[in-house]
Design a protein around this ligand. Structure first.
Ligand code: NAD
Length: 270
């Protein structure tokens, strides 16, 4: 088996460190480089030591281009503008680019997809866990089977999270909209405040909670007049996202250039 050399972006971050641990523990992957933004306190530290995986002999740098030199894979859980820039660097190098960054605007998503058609093998997902990707199928099915039920998506995350609703909540909302055969953008209600009037039939509501160290809690509630169904997922450890990211990297290495999602990696069609 060929060993894939992996560069980790955002190496000092919560997910960057989880990704370093996952790469170090995965046969067929080698930590090639790790980098963060200039000025980060992680610069110069041994990536493995910082991540709690023991010394790996890779110092965290602050230069993306230098880090990508000689790499096969880039794992990128950073910020939207950073992922767009990294997609532009990954495409001409023909890299596997695994993107977990959430909160991208439509334009940022479009710019990233364009890079996929320019040579990179991109796998982008708002959630790399197996459980959430299973849940998406269940939500799609339930929304289709229960057309009269009101759908609400509830999420809670740690107090450092910068985007809302979470990327995963939006994916769940989109799955519900697909089940109903409607466009999420036209049916989503992301904020309620003041005298809102009665609930708009057919809308898909979102509620966002932030606090403490919560890694990720998501529930999709289907509320009928006399009963309620709650489909939930609870993330207990960031390693679960990192395990999905390395699985995606190994899968994408054998794919032609393009833009993929986690459903492609897992072989889920529904
Ligand atoms: P974090 O703030 O702990 O880490 C982000 C890191 O990116 C920081 O270390 C930051 O310094 C670094 N960074 C910023 N600018 C950079 C640059 N120009 N070059 C290199 N590094 C740079 O955040 P986090 O909790 O690790 O989350 C990161 C992203 O991943 C968020 O968008 C979050 O929502 C998302 N996330 C996705 C999943 C998933 O499964 N898709 C799971 C968890 C988190």
């Amino acid at each position: 088996m060929t060993t894939l050399r992996v560069a980790i972006a955002g190496a000092g971050g919560r997910m960057g460190q989880a990704n370093i641990r996952a790469v170090a523990a995965t046969p067929g992957l080698l930590l090639h480089s790790a980098f963060d933004r200039p000025g980060s306190s992680a610069i110069g530290r041994d990536a493995g030591e910082l991540a709690g995986a023991g010394p790996l002999g890779v110092a965290i740098g602050d230069n993306a281009e230098a880090a990508l030199e000689g790499a096969d894979v880039l794992i990128d859980f950073t910020a939207p503008a950073v992922s767009v820039l990294l997609a532009e660097l990954a495409a001409p190098r023909g890299l596997v680019h695994i993107i977990g960054t959430t909160g991208c605007s439509r334009e940022e998503d479009w710019a990233i997809q364009k890079a996929g058609s320019a040579g990179a093998r991109i796998v982008k997902s708002g959630n790399f866990s197996l459980g959430i990707n299973m849940l998406l199928g269940l939500v799609r099915q339930a929304a289709k089977a229960l057309p009269g039920y009101d759908i609400e998506v509830l999420e809670m995350h740690h107090n450092k999270k910068v985007d809302a609703p979470s990327g995963t909540a939006l994916m769940l909302g989109r799955a519900a909209a697909e089940g109903r055969g409607v466009d999420l953008d036209q049916h989503a209600v992301k904020v309620r405040d003041g005298h809102t009037g009665a609930r708009e039939p057919g809308s898909i509501g979102f509620a966002t909670l932030r606090g403490g160290g919560v890694i990720g809690e998501h529930s999709v509630i289907l509320a009928g007049d006399t009963e309620r169904i709650v489909l939930s997922h609870s993330a207990q450890e960031r390693g679960m996202f990192a395990a999905g990211a390395v699985q995606a990297a190994l899968w994408a290495a054998d794919q032609p250039p393009g833009y993929y999602g986690m459903a492609d990696v897992l072989g889920f069609t529904e």
